[in-house]
Design a protein around this ligand. Structure first.
Ligand code: KDG
Ligand code: MG
Length: 408
């Protein structure tokens, strides 16, 4: 079998997505997600200008060889643009291989290790009442694990709060990218946040009891010692994990946090290779939060998660709306197959996205399943995608009260 065409499709149904669609001489097609929120066109160009010409004529079954060829022959390694482009190719090739085998992709990864994939949703509110309503809405939708994000008194806009996003033109649940010509400026005060957040978790536990698994995303905004304090303060509320408590580049920072608190930590959504995790995994500091889409696809994520498994570290694959249904399906096949699965993030896409991407995965009673169609079980309707041309959109950024740029 040979690859005859590879098309890069940039489409913006509810938000921007970059999809690679590979077609073989036997008429099989495979899709891969290369969406990098706010930098979509860089991946599209990397693919169209530098990768697609190298794919034509290759044997689609040689996935490992193609991965190594794209990674090593570029000479310049790693980074989100490169690794998202490699991921798009890798996932499309796994889709083709599974279709050729007539099996859902998880069967090629060793078969199902579980019957369903526990998912967490994003509840949020500007105040306690709004937060409680949002948690109840998520429970009604079937979620059995909930991420809790709230506004902080004295701060105008905080990452992850849906109602606040509506005020900025957000549509469904929380969508951080905004269709603005410049990145929106938000404000931040870590001391106010550290004072407020434990009171929110106390209120949530009092209202919803001890059973419900709760998560929180610190979104890279604390220093190690601030994160250590927050971890300690949240211990009574038994979090499933505290995510991205410090900026992720400094792996040693997590050593300090870990020494001070038993609150579980998770990190990695902005990582893109196993090298970003070496210390974190070997020293058993965190659970793994990477996205298949940003980490070189299924081939690389499988190796990363197998390495993590040796240290009893679990997966929590990144799954916000800026991972397309294609990237989500790739995550679900891995989730079902690996032994060290932890939890899957699942924000639901809007109706226009669902017009563009057909999907076989299901969500019932808090559990996801990738479905049993051959391949990934997701495809792109190219004509529908063309109805939604690319729209510039940026993630916001933070400034402290004195004007200093801060992690968002
Ligand atoms: O594009 C940025 C989002 O993917 C990120 O802000 C979402 O932190 C996030 C999460 O945990 O889903
Ligand atoms: Mg996050």
């Amino acid at each position: 079998m040979k690859i005859v065409t590879a098309d890069v499709i940039v489409s913006s149904p509810d938000r921007n997505f970059v999809t690679l669609r590979i077609t073989t001489d036997e008429g099989l097609t495979g899709v891969g997600d290369g969406t990098l929120n706010g930098r979509e066109l860089a991946v599209a160009s990397y693919l169209a200008d530098h990768v697609v010409p190298l794919l034509i004529g290759r044997d689609p079954h040689r996935i490992e060889d193609t991965w190594q060829f794209l990674y090593r022959s570029a000479y310049w390694r790693r980074g989100p643009v490169t690794m998202a482009a490699i991921a798009a190719v890798d996932v499309a090739l796994w889709d083709i291989k599974a279709k050729a085998a007539g099996m859902p992709l998880y069967q090629l990864l060793g078969g199902a290790s579980r019957t369903g994939i526990m998912a967490y949703g994003h509840a949020s509110g500007r105040d306690t009442q709004e937060l409680f309503d949002s948690i109840r809405k998520h429970l009604e939708l079937g979620y059995r694990s909930i991420r809790v994000q709230t506004s902080v008194p004295g701060i105008n806009a905080v990452y992850g709060v849906a109602a606040q996003a509506e005020a900025y033109g957000g549509r469904y649940d929380y969508e951080p990218a905004r269709r603005t010509p410049l990145p929106a400026e938000e404000d931040w005060d870590t001391r106010a946040y550290l004072r407020h957040l434990p009171t929110v978790f106390e209120a949530v536990r009092n209202e919803f009891g001890p059973e419900l698994p709760l998560l929180h995303d610190g979104h890279h905004r604390m220093t190690p010692i601030q994160a250590a304090r927050l971890g300690k303060d949240l211990e009574p509320y038994d979090l499933f994990w505290l995510e991205d408590c410090t900026p992720a580049e400094n792996q040693e920072a997590l050593r300090l946090v870990r020494q001070h608190t038993t609150t579980p930590l998770a990190i990695g959504e902005i990582f893109n290779t196993v090298w970003d995790y070496q210390t974190l995994i070997r020293e058993q500091l965190i659970d793994v939060r990477s996205a298949v889409t940003h980490t070189g696809g299924i081939t690389a994520m499988r190796k990363l998660l197998d390495f993590a498994a040796q240290y009893q570290i679990k997966s929590g694959i990144h799954g916000p709306t800026d991972i397309s249904p294609v990237g989500m399906a790739a995550a679900l096949h891995l989730d079902l197959a690996i032994h060290n699965f932890g939890i899957q993030e699942y924000m639901q896409h809007g109706p226009l996205t669902n017009e563009v991407f057909s999907q076989s995965f299901t969500f019932e009673n808090g559990y996801l399943h990738p479905g049993d169609e051959p391949g990934l079980g997701v495809d792109i309707d190219v004509e529908a995608a063309a109805r939604f041309p690319y729209q510039p959109a940026y993630l916001p950024f933070n400034r402290l009260k004195d004007g200093t740029v801060h992690d968002w």
